[in-house]
Write a protein that binds this ligand. Sequence first.
Ligand code: TYM
Length: 334
Amino acid sequence: MLDGKKTLFSGMQATGTLTLGNYLGALKNWVDIADEYMTFYCVVDLHSITVRQDPAVLRKRARDLLTLYIAAGLDPEKNCIYYQSHVSGHAELSWILNCFTYMGELNRMTQFKDKAAKHADNINAGLFTYPVLMAADILLFQSDVVPVGMDQMQHLEITRDIAQRFNGIYGDVFTIPEAYLGKTGKKIMSLQDPAKKMSKSDENPNASIYLMDEPDAIIRKFKRAVTDSEACVRYSEDQPGIKNLIDIYSSVTGKTPEETEKEFDGKGYGEFKMAVGESVAALLKPVQDKFNELSKEKSYIDGIIKANDEKANYYALKTLRKVQKKVGFPERIR
Ligand code: TYM
């Protein structure tokens, strides 16, 4: 809660190319519920350097991601769209919260275990304390709601635990945030292995739909998607490939999985896959066109960055000063 308004915070990493999972699990919901809240949509570039990045590539991706938020339909006049690295409150609050987080809690984080296994040569302290920075992001803006995909639920839980622990010691400092999960699309799986989530870092390009994929590529990837042998469009755990495609189709069209089953009753996989591919291509086309258009408007985007940096810093400082006082740092003399 900020200025008497319910607050929403969410963010994405500027690493890799965004996938349909990021879009359906998060970005699309951000746009759908933005009007109900005071919103902060962050490009989380501090999180990105927990794995090695090429500086020029990171800078470009961060800018593209910020542009994409706008292209996806978030009005930057109404929604605070900004870079995490431009608001020092994130890092400062993160340090304080580190001192209220236990090693044992962080050791249980499945994302840390996965990333540590993947980057065995670079298991840095930032990777370990990544969830604390995420907690700082959320708590800095007194967020009531955090729209994310399923894979971030454990990080949301630890955020709530840290906030409750802090409030237990110092009184009601932080709003306790709730996750917001969409009905469909909260866990989009790989098109090549429906046991794995669709991920930016998957090495097989056929496993993921990228937001900037051309319609032909999208349709081709859906045609090649791994499915099961039952040959009927049924929403069931025994048919994880088809279940994933139903989830995608339902999320895109706004239909329930049952309605989708009915629509394709008696029809084959081929026809269904084609319909899914076409619906996704049609969904992404306007976002892609808008992105290409906005990318050329350098001064417009620069103006957005400047204005929103100021807004984010203003609210971040409000919380930060309160926290600093609570923990006992000396007051500033003006
Ligand atoms: P990131 O960048 O990995 O993903 C961004 C968002 O996309 C969702 N997502 C998916 N949803 C459904 N199916 C999938 N296959 C899929 N893959 C990704 C994620 O759940 C996420 O919502 N740590 C976060 C970024 C972050 C953040 C925050 C999020 C930093 N601070 C504060 C919310 C609040 C991350 O790496 O997301």
